[in-house]
Design a protein around this ligand. Sequence first.
Ligand code: HEC
Length: 104
Amino acid sequence: MKTTKLLMLIMTIAIGLFILIPKLSWADDGASLYKAKCAACHGADATGKPAAHIPSLVSDDAKKSSDDELVKDVSDKPKHPGMVKNLPPDQIKMIVTYVRSLQK
Ligand code: HEC
């Protein structure tokens, strides 16, 4: 009887994880976050839009900025919309990691 309950519990957790993990990895993916929150302005390749005064995130200047500076820019730039400024810090860090991968 006890073993059955334990098995049920393990099954429930396994099914729960199976349902949750794909959603988590989607939300926690720096590339998807960048595409959803930044690409419209800074471009899919992060080169910005000079005509619209949107800076490149893959310029030499951006490469020289520290991770902390980039994180700060995301939440501080007055031209950034609320949905960008109010991103949770862990998501901003993931986006910065993704931007770094574009800089290479
Ligand atoms: C509504 C358009 C818009 C969106 C969306 C947007 N940005 Fe920006 N971003 C700008 C503009 C315009 C500037 C320049 C603003 C300024 O210098 O005051 C800027 C500046 C920056 C800078 C500073 C770059 C520099 O050289 O000064 C960084 C870093 C940055 N954005 C990253 C991001 C990231 C990461 C996201 C997504 C989370 C994002 N931005 C979303 C428009 C946008």
